[in-house]
Design a protein around this ligand. Structure first.
Ligand code: ADP
Ligand code: MG
Length: 686
C-alpha cells in the first residue's frame, strides 16, 4: 500500500467508519500512521496476585476458574470472573458488556491492566473493577510480559481496540515509508530509520525503543520546519540588497564617551552582533531579547547613531505615545553633542507641525525620527532609511515592518527589541527567521525587587507601608485589573480605588489616575505629572505596563493580582527597581485560593523574566502562551515544544548544517515541496 492510499482500502473500514475516521482527520494511510498514541500502558511488569494491594495500578495475568453474571441495581449487567495465577486469586469485574460472557470462560488466560481495590462485600478480598486494558491470550500457558500498549485518542464509535488492530493491519501491508532526513544527518544524530520509528511508536517492545522512535519522529518534524524557516531567511537575504555600514566611527565613539556607564557583558555582546550585521551587505534582521531594565535602549541609540554616521536616516517605533516621547527625550539628551537631529512624529501634533516634520524627513533635515504607528500609517517619505528599530515589537505585526521597509530603495536594517522573555526554544520557533541576541543580566548595582503575595486582609497594612515610602520621598503605583462595564463583578475598578485611596489613607497626598477610557491628553498629563514627581501615587490599569521609566518609584501594589497573567505581572513589576532604591512589589490576592496560586508564587520566587516565561509556558501550555502571536509552529503532531528542548536545539543545528551542504539541501527542498508546500509555498516556488 502507498502512503496516500485511502484508509477505506483496509479491511474493517466501511463507509461509516471511513467517515468517522475522516472526522479525526484520518483520510490516508499516512494520516493513520501519524495518528500517534496519546500515551502507553506499561505492561512489561506482571505483578503476581499475591503481591497486589488495594489502590494499586498493576498488570496481571491469570486463568479464569469461574464466571458469574448478575443484574445489579438499575438493571446494570455485571460479569465477574475469578482468576488464579498460582500465587493467589483475584476477581475481575466488567460492567454492561454482556457479550464478553461468550469469550471470558473457564480455562482462558486474561491479561489485564487496571486498578485493584477491595471487592464489594468481599471481606478483604481484592478485585479489579477499573480495567484499563485487557486481552484474552490464545495460549493459556502464556505468561510472558507484553511490553507497552498504545492508547489512542479514541471516540465513541472508534475504540482503542479498533485503532490497535487497524494500525497493525496497516503495517502488515508493508507500507512504503520513504526517508525524509538526509542520510548524513541521520548518521550524525544517531536517528532510527523511518520505517522502524513508525512501527515502534505504535508497537514499542521496550521503553528504550519507544524513546528512540519518539526522538526520531520529533526530530524529523522539527528539523523540517527549521529547514523551512532557515530557507526563508536565506532566500530573503539573497534577494534583498541591504546597506553595508562602515566600521564604527566618530559618532558612535562619541556616544560611548558620553554614556554615564559602561555596557554590561550582555549589552556588549549584543552590540558586537548588531555592528557586525549592519556592516554586512545583507539586511540585518535581529531580535534583541532582554528583560525589562536590561538596557536595550542604549543599543537602539548606538545602532541609530551608526546608521546616521553612514549618511542614512533612522526610525524608531515605540508602542505608545508616552514611550515615544520618553525615547525622544533620552535621545535628544544623549545626541546633544553629536549634531544628530532627532524628530518626534507624534499623533498629537497640529496639522502644520506634522507637515513640517514630514518635509524635514523628506529633505533629510532630520536624522532620526521617533514615533508610534504614525511612522508607518502616514505617508512618510524618507530621504534614505538605513535602520528601523522597533521597541516592544509584539505590538507590531510583521506586515507593518514590511510596510515600513517598502519606503526605501535598499532594504533597511531591522532591529527588533522585546522585553517579552520568550523561552529559548520558543524563540527558535517563533522568530526562526530572525537572528537573536539575548541580554541575560541587569546593569550592576540594581537591588532585586522584593515580591510578596498577600491576601486582602492585609490591604490596610500594605497601604500604611506605601504611605511610609512616600513619606521617605518615593513614589508608588497601584494597579487594578481592567474591568469591562458589562461584567457584573464586585471587583473595584481603578476609579473606585482612586476615590477610596485619595479620600482615605492618602488624603493630602497627591494621587493620579490613568486608565484606558481617559482622553489621550488627560492620560498623558497624568503620566507626565507622575514622571515629573508631582504626583506621588499613581492608580492605574495596565496602561502603565509598557516602558515608563520613573527611577524614583519604589513600590507597586497590584490589586486582584490573580486576575493577571505571569507575563503581565512581570512587565508591571518592571516599572519599579529602576533606580538605586530597594523596591517592593506587592501582589494582593482576592482570596486564599488566589494567594496560593502557582502563578503568584512563581513571582515571589524569581525576578528572572526568562525563568518566569518558562513557568508561564508550563502552566498555560503553548497554545495559551502564544495566543494570537505570529509563529511558525503550526500543528506539531509529536514534538512537544516544552519537553523537547534538546531535540529542537539539535534539529536546529542539523538544519543549519544542511543549509551548508548543497546535496542535502536539494534533498530537503524536495521533501519540503512534498510535505510543507502549504506552509512554505512561496519560498519553495522561488
Ligand atoms: P529596557 O528598555 O531594556 O527595559 P532601559 O534601556 O530603559 O531598559 O534601561 C533601564 C535603565 O538602566 C535606564 O535608566 C538606563 O539608563 C540604565 N542602564 C542601561 N544600561 C546600563 C549599564 N550598562 N549600566 C548602568 N545602567 C544602565
Ligand atoms: Mg525599553
Amino acid at each position: 500500500m502507498e502512503l496516500l492510499d485511502g484508509v477505506g482500502n483496509l479491511s474493517g473500514v466501511g463507509s461509516k467508519r471511513e467517515a468517522a475516521l475522516e472526522r479525526l482527520g484520518i483520510v490516508t494511510l499516512f494520516d493513520l500512521l501519524t495518528y500517534y498514541p496519546r500515551s502507553y500502558i506499561d505492561q512489561s511488569t506482571v505483578t503476581p496476585f499475591s503481591a497486589l494491594t488495594a489502590g494499586m495500578e498493576a498488570t496481571v495475568s491469570g486463568v479464569v476458574m469461574n464466571v458469574r453474571e448478575h443484574k445489579a441495581i438499575r438493571g446494570m449487567h455485571v460479569l465477574t470472573a475469578y482468576l488464579s495465577d498460582g500465587t493467589g486469586y483475584l476477581s475481575m469485574v466488567w460492567f454492561n458488556q454482556p457479550f464478553l460472557a461468550k469469550s471470558i470462560v473457564s480455562g482462558r488466560r486474561v491479561f489485564a491492566t487496571g486498578k485493584v481495590d477491595y471487592a464489594r462485600g468481599g471481606k478483604g478480598a481484592l478485585s479489579m473493577a477499573q480495567i484499563m486494558a485487557f486481552s484474552l491470550l490464545e495460549d493459556a500457558s502464556d505468561s510472558s510480559p507484553k511490553g507497552l500498549l498504545p492508547i489512542y485518542a479514541a471516540t465513541a464509535s472508534l475504540s482503542q481496540k479498533f485503532f490497535r488492530s487497524l494500525i497493525a493491519q496497516a503495517f502488515r501491508k508493508k507500507p512504503v515509508l520513504p526517508e525524509v532526513i538526509p542520510e548524513s544527518v541521520r548518521e550524525r544524530y544517531g536517528l532510527l530509520g523511518r520505517d522502524e520509528a513508525f512501527f515502534s511508536i505504535h508497537f514499542p517492545k521496550t521503553k528504550d525503543t519507544l524513546s528512540a522512535a519518539r526522538m526520531r519522529l520529533a526530530f524529523e518534524e522539527l528539523y523540517l520546519i527549521q529547514c523551512g524557516l532557515l530557507l526563508v531567511r536565506k532566500q530573503a537575504r539573497e534577494k534583498e540588497q541591504g546597506i553595508r555600514h562602515l566600521m564604527n566611527g566618530r559618532i558612535v565613539k562619541k556616544i560611548f564617551e558620553t554614556l554615564p556607564f559602561s555596557l554590561t557583558k550582555g549589552q556588549e555582546q549584543a552590540w558586537k552582533e548588531i555592528s557586525a550585521d549592519m556592516e554586512k551587505s545583507t539586511p540585518m534582521r535581529r531580535l534583541v531579547q532582554g528583560d525589562v531594565g536590561s538596557g536595550k535602549t542604549v543599543l537602539a541609540l548606538l545602532a541609530l547613531a551608526k546608521t546616521v554616521e553612514n549618511g542614512y536616516q533612522g526610525a524608531l517605533l515605540a508602542p505608545t505615545e508616552i514611550l515615544a516621547r520618553q525615547h525622544y527625550e533620552t535621545f535628544s539628551r544623549l545626541f546633544a553633542d553629536t549634531g544628530i537631529k532627532v524628530g518626534l512624529l507624534s499623533g498629537k501634533l497640529s496639522a502644520k507641525q506634522h507637515e513640517e516634520i514630514l518635509s524635514a524627513i523628506a529633505a533629510n533635515e532630520l536624522d532620526i525620527v521617533i514615533g508610534t504607528h504614525a511612522l508607518i500609517q502616514d505617508k512618510v517619505h524618507y530621504h534614505e532609511l538605513g535602520l528601523v528599530v522597533t521597541d516592544e515589537q509584539h505590538r507590531f505585526g510583521i506586515a507593518q515592518r514590511a510596510e515600513l521597509k517598502k519606503r526605501s530603495a535598499k532594504t533597511p536594517d531591522v532591529l527588533v527589541m522585546t522585553a517579552t522573555p520568550i523561552p529559548r526554544t520558543m524563540t527558535l520557533t517563533v522568530y526562526g527567521d530572525l537572528d537573536v541576541s539575548r541580554i541575560e543580566e541587569l546593569p550592576p548595582g540594581r537591588r532585586p525587587v522584593r515580591t510578596f503575595v498577600r491576601t486582602n486582609e492585609r490591604r490596610g497594612l500594605i497601604y500604611d507601608f506605601v504611605k511610609k515610602e512616600i513619606a521617605n520621598g518615593r513614589q508608588a503605583y497601584v494597579v487594578c485589573p481592567l474591568i469591562e462595564e458589562s461584567e457584573d463583578s464586585d471587583l473595584p475598578s481603578a476609579e473606585t480605588v482612586y476615590k477610596e485611596l485619595s479620600n482615605g489613607i492618602f488624603r493630602g497626598i497627591s494621587c493620579g489616575l490613568v486608565h484606558g477610557k481617559l482622553k489621550a491628553k488627560e492620560k498623558e498629563a497624568a503620566m507626565r505629572s507622575f514622571y515629573e514627581g508631582k504626583t506621588k501615587l499613581l492608580i492605574a490599569t495596565t496602561v502603565i505596563e509598557v516602558g515608563v521609566d520613573v527611577p524614583n518609584a519604589s513600590v507597586i501594589v497590584v490589586e486582584n493580582a490573580e486576575r493577571f497573567g505571569l507575563a503581565q505581572l512581570h512587565q508591571l513589576r518592571g516599572r519599579i527597581g529602576r533606580g538605586q532604591f530597594q523596591s517592593y512589589c506587592i501582589l494582593l490576592a482576592g482570596g486564599e485560593a488566589g494567594a496560593a496560586s502557582e502563578r503568584l508564587r512563581a513571582m515571589e520566587k524569581t525576578t528572572n523574566g526568562f525563568v518566569l516565561a518558562e513557568e508561564d509556558l508550563r502552566l498555560r501550555g503553548p497554545g495559551q502562551f502564544f495566543g494570537s502571536m505570529q509563529h511558525g509552529l503550526g500543528d506539531l503532531k509529536i514534538a512537544n515544544v516544552l519537553r523537547d528542548t534538546e531535540i529542537l536545539l539539535r534539529a536546529r543545528r542539523a538544519a543549519m548544517e544542511t543549509m551548508e551542504e548543497a546535496q542535502d539541501m536539494r534533498y530537503v527542498l524536495e521533501i519540503l515541496r512534498l510535505n510543507y508546500s502549504n506552509r512554505f509555498g512561496k519560498i519553495l516556488d522561488a
